[in-house]
Design a protein around this ligand. Structure first.
Ligand code: UDP
Length: 241
């Protein structure tokens, strides 16, 4: 399938149109940003690593009955996706406290939550992706009440599948971000990517709170060896239990 013009360029990916109006090509970049674009850099090999990790995880989720936009990986850093209209929400699922949850609630980093927590953030760079209440989300008509419940259920199911998958590989899935979109048939699909850019992953063999980090927090907080950590996640994802 030949690639045509650029549809959209984001911080970590470029989307291109293809000959099929319902299919887009995603090109994963090595570029990395954090803190709403204030910190910028590059992680060597990240594009191909995140592309492969995402492909593997989307395939796993599809096998377990979750509809995703993933079609196939066609190059080390390129995959074909079903075209969707993205719901402007970042759906965050948390199993342990970290990041903005700790900052906003005072919970200690690593506190195990009694139940997974699902939160909705407004996907809006100009506003700095703020945390939404359900009331505000409905007020802004970002989703209907039924869609909110659908998103919550799907996110919790994804969490069950991915938590078990990573647990079997010695990694704790601390939290992660999902995005969803509607395809041309109106079906709600899991979209975007699932990678160390969008998940917090802790190596269970490491007790030191910096050494255990296998995700973008290594880049955010200048912990070093970012590319090696991403590569290690890929190797774990590709390994049989
Ligand atoms: N996350 C993401 N993109 C965002 C915001 C968050 O992928 O724009 C991921 C982040 O990597 C973490 C989870 O969502 O795995 C929860 O992030 P949090 O709300 O704690 O925000 P942060 O600490 O990253 O500001």
């Amino acid at each position: 399938m030949s690639v045509r013009q650029k549809l959209y360029e984001g911080k970590a990916k470029i989307l291109y149109v293809t000959e099929d109006p319902d299919t887009v090509m995603a090109h994963f970049k090595d570029d990395a940003t954090a803190f709403n674009g204030q910190k910028q850099g590059s992680i060597s090999g990240k594009g191909a690593i995140n592309c492969k990790i995402s492909a593997q995880l989307f395939e796993l989720l599809e096998e377990r009955g979750i509809s995703t936009h993933f079609l196939e990986q066609v190059e080390p850093n390129q995959m074909l996706l079903r075209r969707v209209k993205i719901v402007p929400l970042e759906v965050i699922v948390r199993n342990l406290a970290a990041g903005s949850l700790c900052k906003q609630t005072g919970l200690a980093v690593g506190t195990v939550l009694k139940h997974p927590l699902v939160e909705f953030f407004y996907k809006n760079d100009d506003l700095g992706d703020p945390l939404l209440t359900i009331a505000r989300l409905l007020l802004l008509e970002l989703a209907t009440p039924e869609q909110v419940e659908q998103l919550r259920e799907k996110a919790l199911l994804v969490n069950e599948i991915l938590s078990e998958f990573f647990q079997n590989r010695g990694i704790t899935l601390v939290d992660f971000k999902l995005e969803f979109g509607f395809d041309s048939q109106g079906e709600l699909l899991l979209a975007d990517e699932i990678s160390p850019d969008t998940c917090r992953l802790w190596n269970q063999l490491e007790t030191d709170e910096n050494r255990r980090v296998m995700d973008k927090d290594r880049f955010r907080f200048d912990l070093g060896e970012v590319d090696a950590a991403y590569q290690q996640v890929l190797e774990k994802v590709l390994s049989e239990k």
